[in-house]
Design a protein around this ligand. Structure first.
Ligand SMILES: *[C@@H]1O[C@H](CO)[C@@H](O)[C@H](O)[C@H]1NC(C)=O
Length: 372
């Protein structure tokens, strides 16, 4: 908590100090110490070893991680780290896990045997599967059976309240997203999605959603120009860019509306990926990407217009630039270079109080609150 031992602030006007402390105290109560998470994508030939990566997370105070498969070296490196983990089931494994005994072995091998000192938070059963996307439609029939089987195995171990079973969707499942209150899933995915939503409500699990304002912007210039018309009074590119958080809110609230229309009003959404590339496509630059990540980290603490005041659990995509991904733009989503140097100056465990200190330009005031 706040320690008010003001000893060496003689260069610091007392009135300003008290105002500052008041603001710190007032704001500390509404934020947790929780950081955003970061997705540990591993499709790079030049990435650090898993144990180096875990150390990097810890040194940067990133205490949530999404991984995409149950790689042994990664799970071993996570032991004792205290990092909360979203563990992915790769899409090609879904069919096998639609068999209950395979799912039970999978859970035993990849979850229960690490459970004593790895903090699993969610199991993401499948990523961005869509019954109407040629690339993933073949997996669709296995998603719900695999979810149920994994849930049953988790429940047999009595862990169903600690480790939630879900799946990660992308926003192509949304038909109408504007205005957010009219958000609805595509009619042709409802047969796939409605039973999943019903299961998540039953299991009291959140839905995971990968939400890219970047791709919404690049893929739907027509929709976005209508958003721009509505939201943005400044027509320059940077004027538009500074309003990106509104587009993020709009997409997330469209998803909440879609869930309400599909019987999922009780569900929470966890943003299981969001990011902006620094190169390789239109509107990409180091500056745009830095602005996006920095704004996103600040923004998600506040909730959306539909769910105000409650932080949105969010995972940045991704930890590193990944040189084995395609197309080119996909290689540039890292917030670190593969040599572990940060691409941007980001404060992952950002607290409201640090913003205030920065605003007041009070670097020396760290001693005032060093014991929080
Ligand atoms: C797990 O990750 C390690 C380290 O990156 C890699 O060498 C290994 O091949 C991976 N194992 C599997 C089964 O993919």
């Amino acid at each position: 908590m706040v320690i008010l031992s003001i000893t060496s602030i003689n260069k610091f006007p007392m009135a300003a100090a008290m105002l500052l402390l008041g603001l710190v105290v007032a704001n500390f109560g509404i934020t947790g110490a929780q950081s955003v998470g970061v997705c540990y994508g591993r499709l790079g030939s030049n990435l650090p070893s898993p144990s180096e990566v875990i150390s990097l997370y810890r040194s940067k105070k990133i205490n949530r991680m999404r991984i995409y498969d149950p790689n042994r070296s990664v799970l071993e490196a996570l032991r004792g780290s205290n990092i909360e983990v979203i563990l992915g089931v790769p899409n090609p494994d879904l069919q096998s896990l639609a068999n209950p005994s395979n799912a039970a072995s999978w859970v035993q091998k990849n979850v229960l045997s690490f459970r004593s000192n790895v903090r699993f938070r969610y199991i993401a059963v499948g990523n961005e599967v869509s019954p109407v996307n040629g690339g993933t439609s073949g997996f669709a029939q296995f998603v719900l059976p695999a979810m149920k089987n994994i849930y049953n195995a988790i429940r047999s171990a009595g862990l169903q309240e600690q480790i939630k079973v879900s799946t990660a969707i992308d926003m192509t499942l949304i038909g109408n997203s504007y205005p957010p209150s009219a958000g609805a899933f595509r009619d042709d995915v409802r047969k796939y999605l409605d039973p999943i939503i019903g299961f998540l409500a039953y299991a009291r699990s959140p839905l995971l959603a990968n939400i890219y304002t970047y791709f919404s912007y690049v893929d739907n210039p027509r929709d976005i120009s209508s958003l721009r018309f509505t939201f943005f009074t400044i027509s320059t590119c940077m004027g538009w860019f500074s309003r990106i958080p509104n587009l993020f809110d709009a997409l997330l609230d469209a998803l909440y509306s879609a869930l309400e229309r599909a019987g999922g009003a009780s569900l929470d959404v966890v943003v299981s990926e969001s990011g902006w590339p620094s190169a390789g496509g239109s509107a990409t630059s180091m500056d745009n990407a830095r602005t996006y990540y920095a704004n996103l980290i600040q923004h998600v603490r506040k909730g959306t217009p539909k769910r105000p005041g409650r932080a949105i659990e969010t995972y940045l995509f991704a930890m590193f630039d990944e040189n084995q991904k395609n197309p080119e733009v996909e290689k540039h989503f890292g917030v670190f270079f593969p040599n572990k140097q940060p691409k941007y100056h980001l404060n992952f465990a950002s607290e409201r109080m640090w913003d205030i200190l920065a605003e007041y330009n009070v670097t020396a005031a760290g001693s005032l609150i060093s014991n929080m």
